[in-house]
Design a binder for this molecule. Sequence first.
Ligand SMILES: [Zn+2]
Length: 483
Amino acid sequence: MNGTNRLEIVSPNNVLANAMLRSVDMVRPRLQATNPDRVAFCVGTQINGAPHLGTSLVQTAAFLLAKQTKRAFGVDTIVRFGALDNAPYDIQLDPETHHAYQQTYFHALGSDGVEDLLGKYYRAMFDSLADATGVDYEIETYTAQQADPAFRHEFLATLGRLDQIRWPLAPSHGQVHVRLPCPQCGWTEKRAERTRLIRTGSGGADFAAVCTDHGDYEVVVTADTSAYLDLATLYRNLVKERMAVRDHVTLSVMVKGGDWSYGCQLVDEAFAQLPGLAPPPRIFTPMVLTDTGAKLSKSLIRDGRVAPPPGARPWMLDVTDWEGDTDDFVDAMVWLVGKMLADPKHFYRSYTTAELDKIMTARPSATTTPRAREMNLYRRYFDLVAAGTKTIEVRVQYPNLRNLAAGDHIRFVCGRDDALTRVKRVARYSSFEEMLDTEGPERVNPTSPRDQQLANIRRIYGPEKEALGVLAIEIELIPGPIP
Ligand SMILES: [Zn+2]
């Protein structure tokens, strides 16, 4: 190390890393067994204020794992972001029983307020991650998920074995936390001390609960009722994972912070008590640790209970403190997590803030190569772009492409090959026909007649995608060695 920009991560071998060559090989056993059409990398985050480094690390890992899985196994991939708007917004003690009552972010802020938080802290980062990796993403709130009849049905199906699963889900007392907010005020007992299951059958379940202000109330949960169904973390994950593994078209891979490796042992116990399904593959990402070996906790530092650990930069505690724009932060995270993923020994471990600070300080400055969006292409189109004969690339207007403009760079990827291009012009059309007739089919594909191109494009993009709007992206190849 000569003090400037050379730093090697040194990691010991471990049981997991010793068993594999690439970090993404974690998904291979299930890919081989089930041969799905696509793989969804699922990452959940509590929506409760500015994210810290640990959150960004898990999210970046999900996008990079999706990108590497697509390249390594030739399967379509996507990132699914679960926005946990059931995180507690406020907690108060019942004056008589001293039971804790809580109100979720959704109940406190409403769906517009949750949408504002998503926009403020996550959408720009995800758009940027999607550009940098060529992986699309979807966002679903917990509130939307619990309203899905499939989720509610999966929950109801567990109630018949409640006596078996309540011990793994609540090993100290067997009291599972099913939270059914008061229909009048939206508050609910956090630990469900006075929530009782009165009746359960194939079609639904009746619960009784007590509100501090409104007294006794009953809630009927069926697949279709609108009663809000909130579950404690382990129970929620059990239901979510069981729902996910029923999908044989899309393989769900859960991407979770490393501390979940402990919690999932109990979810697995509960799985074993229920009929028929194995848990989905899970990938645990590196934890961010303090010098004591504990997980970095923003709230402990904020409350003054521990000092910021060595090397903990302000942006590590609150990523909105990063000096630079979102693309710059995402580039830094992609670089960092890419370093970790490069070797299973570096990925299946944790890092202290001091070590992360050292690694980030050694990061080469990003000014030498332009930031490029990644886009995937089928081989027949990629070869035309690489030859410089295809000068118009066609896309539909996905949200992450709304800012695409002349001067941007796009790196087209096909398998292990890539081609760097510069955007000369972006034109927007309302249909593929209008686009082909204005741009000229020979610039989109010099080897194929107009009508055949139209048929091919419409096979890739259905009418609902075309309705988003059509982009014609004029590109020029940047020749020379690919950096
Ligand atoms: Zn109430």
